[in-house]
Design a protein around this ligand. Structure first.
Ligand code: C5P
Length: 412
């Protein structure tokens, strides 16, 4: 019988979260205006706290217009006084992110300075603090800054490494503020309840490509979006995540160890060398069932009217895992793309491949399965069948994890 499982919580969302964004005096402050706008659109309550030098780069009006809330800049301002103190500010918030964090602010945090509203708020906080350093490469690499970064880490603050690239000053190197799609993953991780903490999760994603000459290959329509969403959701919920992925056009998820592969054989080799360290293995990849029997070293000419390629089967990675995994210590989850008889086909694969759980998606529907951003999963295990609602792939991934956690399928 099918029934709907309502989502337990929205693990991957900023809705209703109170976030303090500490902006300090770096040119990268203008990028954070976009972050504040995104957070406000995603229904977070954002309190922006600016240092004096930050106001030289971006005005407080920019941030207040984007957050829809007052921006706090001065510890002793008559207007701000009495309405919100540094203590109250951090007490009411879920998380603090300092972005961009200058060498100066990092140094002040290192030594526990409390000489402005931002440093005082952080000193008074017992909530997660994320620091996003952004500065000139020489300033970033200076031993003093590096030492200070190590110290703030020992104080329990999370430091998100800057990126390499061209700098506003004309230099090239490490010190650029990372993109929001990276930073938001770390922020969501700090805001989650960490129910996958301690889990080593191995996810496979994407298609595989089976070459038959130097220019051509056989593949399928998989975009990798579902597997990437499962990996991202697991990271956000506190797991250590390894993602073995075939070729996709997606950005690699932040905080996730990625092993790129091309063919099914390479995916097999990568999975076989990784799986024994994993407590959860989710095989969302669309592995090519067949590969060419021969690999032509020269490009095949189109002289002939027809071309016959002899195909031979690829190894079934999931089936091999089903035979090798220890069901007492490891949770093995498969995926199945079906166009009819979803429940019957799913149950057959659950048994045949010795799985604890299988997620079936309907590829006959334009709204789920390959390429699109949404999906509708039918979860089948030895207790029954659960139909999840049609939703975005990231929410579907969270619901899959909710199901696993709620039904106590985790082994450690
Ligand atoms: O049998 P079918 O290909 O439909 O099963 C799908 C599941 O098996 C997916 O979890 C997929 O990742 C996995 N699979 C695999 N190796 C293959 C074919 C499928 O691991 N060669």
């Amino acid at each position: 019988m099918l029934f709907f499982l309502l989502p337990k919580t929205m693990h991957t969302s900023f809705v209703g979260k109170r976030i303090i964004v500490g902006v300090t005096g770096s040119i990268a402050a203008f990028k954070v205006a976009g972050w504040v706008s995104t957070l406000a659109q995603e229904e977070a309550e954002v309190d922006v706290v600016m240092t004096e030098s930050a106001k030289r780069f971006v005005t407080s009006l920019t941030f207040s217009s984007l957050s829809g809330r007052r921006v706090l800049t001065n510890m002793f301002s008559a207007e701000e006084e009495g309405t919100i103190s540094h203590i109250g500010l951090s007490r009411e918030a879920d998380c603090i992110i300092v972005a961009p964090a200058t060498a100066q602010t990092i140094a002040r945090l290192t030594y526990g300075f409390a000489d402005d509203l931002l440093t005082t708020t952080i000193l008074a906080a017992d909530i997660p603090v994320l620091i996003c350093p952004a500065m000139n490469v020489k300033m970033y690499e200076h031993p003093a800054t590096q030492k200070n970064i190590e110290i703030v880490k020992t104080l329990g603050y999370k430091v998100i490494e800057p990126e390499c690239g061209n700098m506003a000053c004309g230099d090239y190197g490490k010190g650029r503020l990372p993109d929001w799609h990276q930073v938001s993953e770390y922020l969501l991780k700090e805001l989650s309840d960490g129910d996958l903490k301690g889990q080593n999760v191995l996810v496979t994603a994407g298609p595989t490509r089976e070459r038959y000459d130097p220019a051509r290959f056989i593949s399928n329509r998989s975009s990798g979006k579902m597997g990437f969403a499962i990996a991202r959701a697991a990271f956000r919920r506190g797991a250590e995540v390894t993602l073995v992925t075939g070729p996709t056009s997606l950005d690699w998820p932040a905080g996730v160890r990625v092993i790129p592969v091309v063919s099914a054989q390479q995916m097999y080799d990568a999975v076989m060398s990784e799986f024994s360290n994993s407590s959860v293995i989710i095989k969302a990849a669309a592995v090519s069932d067949f590969k060419s029997a021969e690999h032509h070293l020269e490009k095949i000419k189109k002289d002939d009217a027809t071309l016959t390629i002899k195909l031979v089967p690829n190894p079934d990675i999931l089936q091999a895992l089903g035979a090798r995994c220890d069901p007492k210590k490891q949770l093995l989850v498969g995926f199945a793309a079906e166009s009819s008889d979803l429940e019957k086909q799913g149950r057959k694969k659950l048994e045949k491949k010795n799985l604890a759980l299988i997620a079936v998606n309907n590829i006959a529907s334009a709204q789920s399965g390959f390429e699109v951003d949404s999906n509708q999963l039918v979860l089948i295990d030895h207790n029954g069948v659960t139909e999840l609602p049609h939703t975005s792939k990231i929410k579907a991934a969270d619901m899959l994890w909710d199901y696993i956690v709620k039904n106590k399928l985790l082994k450690t």
